[in-house]
Design a protein around this ligand. Structure first.
Ligand SMILES: C[S@@+](CC[C@H](N)C(=O)[O-])C[C@H]1O[C@@H](n2cnc3c(N)ncnc32)[C@H](O)[C@@H]1O
Length: 188
């Protein structure tokens, strides 16, 4: 892999949910190809996963950049994806309905070409998973997805995650660590 994946952290803190998603990304992208930018906390655990900088990608003035933005007009395809050196993904937790934070906080503020991977919202780690499939030659139209995921907390309670999930062997992609975290947080 000779392209770089840049996660621009845009949450006010490095919440556990963010860290779990970033760990999940590090299982997809080699350490040398993964940057975490706009990380204000010192000594973050992210150093094990990739290059970490306090600087925002917005101030880096990089060339050949593709910003992954659900609100972009055009969809990224495998052929075009080979032309870019950098891919920027928002380290933004999902919100429903989406507030167009990627457009407001990234696309409108930096130089680069914005592309969508469909209009539905993936988590940050699943956006990286789908991007990787596209870079490796699979167009979005050949992938399978599921809308929403229901997680059972216990016999009575469950929660719906209102996002779009790529299917791997028919199963929605979500890290087991995130499922444990959600269950622990919601149970009492
Ligand atoms: C959980 S999403 C946050 C989306 C945010 N609610 C918004 O409306 O912009 C985290 C990141 O994954 C990427 N992403 C998620 N779904 C995408 C899609 N359908 N197309 C392109 N990028 C996507 C974007 O880079 C986005 O900043």
């Amino acid at each position: 892999m000779n392209q770089l994946i840049i996660i621009e952290h845009l949450e006010p803190k490095l919440w556990p949910w963010c860290t779990i998603e970033y760990e999940s990304i590090s299982k997809l992208i080699p350490k040398d190809n993964l940057w975490f930018t706009n990380i204000k906390e010192n000594g973050s655990k992210l150093g094990k996963l990739g290059k970490v900088t306090k600087e925002s990608v917005i101030d880096m003035n990089l060339e050949d950049v593709c910003i992954l933005d659900p609100d972009a007009k055009l969809t990224l395809n495998p052929e075009e994806s080979r032309k870019f050196k950098y891919f920027v993904i928002g380290g933004i937790l999902g919100d429903y309905p989406p507030k167009k934070r990627t457009k407001v906080e990234l696309t409108n503020k930096m130089k680069g070409v914005a592309r969508n991977m469909g209009k539905k919202q993936f988590s940050t780690d699943n956006a990286v998973y789908v991007l990787k499939q596209i870079i490796n030659g699979t167009p979005l139209s050949k992938m399978k997805f599921q809308n929403k995921l229901n997680i059972k907390i216990n016999k009575i309670e469950s929660i719906d995650l209102p996002y779009y999930y790529p299917l791997i062997n028919g199963k929605p992609r979500i890290s087991s660590k995130l499922i444990s975290y959600i269950k622990k947080k919601k149970s009492f």
